[in-house]
Design a protein around this ligand. Structure first.
Ligand SMILES: O=C(O)CCC(=O)C(=O)O
Ligand SMILES: [Fe+2]
Length: 193
């Protein structure tokens, strides 16, 4: 059963969907090996260096300068995963123009944020330790909240309301987790390229 559907099969948050076992354990092991062999660098923002390590393909967004620019093409070893991500999200693989690799070593997580507006659809695949993706949206003086379990080898898709009106974060984990996130460009970004 889809972890994000309640008993009545309505998404907990509109625009959020997920599916388990999108890749096999053997594919997971190979992808982890590939990510670890890649040139990952610590995420940086102003004075702050994150504990997570990242590498962008297709397009990169530099959080320090705000610069958004084309970068090295998505490598061949990511193509079958890109195709699966596109099929799951009902998109064409060519639309998933950005791939972001992340390794979260023990103690690493990602704080509350919305993905940059230069992107539209966000499709993520989880590898390694299970994690909880938390969602929140301001509701008066409080936050409405939702949680989604990200099991290894599962995929999620953020679009519409959950993408634009909710923030998400992942709490620090005790074990290593890897993720591959594919994104489409927002329509406004496409017309400016
Ligand atoms: O690791 C993940 O699955 C989520 C990463 C994320 O939210 C981001 O890079 O914007
Ligand atoms: Fe995000």
């Amino acid at each position: 059963m889809n972890a994000m559907l309640d008993l009545f099969e309505t998404p907990v948050v509109s625009g959020l969907s997920s599916c388990s076992d999108i890749i096999s354990p053997a594919e997971e092991a190979e992808l982890i090996e590939r990510i670890d062999a890649d040139s990952l660098s610590p995420f940086r923002f102003q004075q702050w260096t994150g504990k997570r390590l990242t590498c962008s393909y297709g397009w990169s967004y530099d959080f320090e300068t705000g610069r958004f620019s084309p970068t090295k093409p998505i490598p061949d070893w990511l193509i079958s995963t890109q195709e699966k991500a596109a099929r799951f999200a009902g998109l064409d693989p060519t639309q998933l123009v950005q791939a972001l690799l992340i390794r979260y070593d023990p103690g690493a997580g990602i704080g509350w944020h919305k993905d940059r507006p230069v992107f539209e659809h966000v499709v993520g695949i989880s590898l390694g330790a299970a994690a909880t993706m938390r969602f929140r949206r301001r509701a008066g003086a409080k936050f409405a909240r939702a949680n989604v379990s990200l099991q290894p080898r599962s995929i999620y898709h953020l679009s519409g309301e959950v993408r634009h009106s909710w923030e998400h974060s992942i709490a620090e984990m005790d074990e290593a987790r890897w993720s591959i996130t594919f994104r489409t460009l927002a329509r406004s970004t496409q017309s400016h390229q």
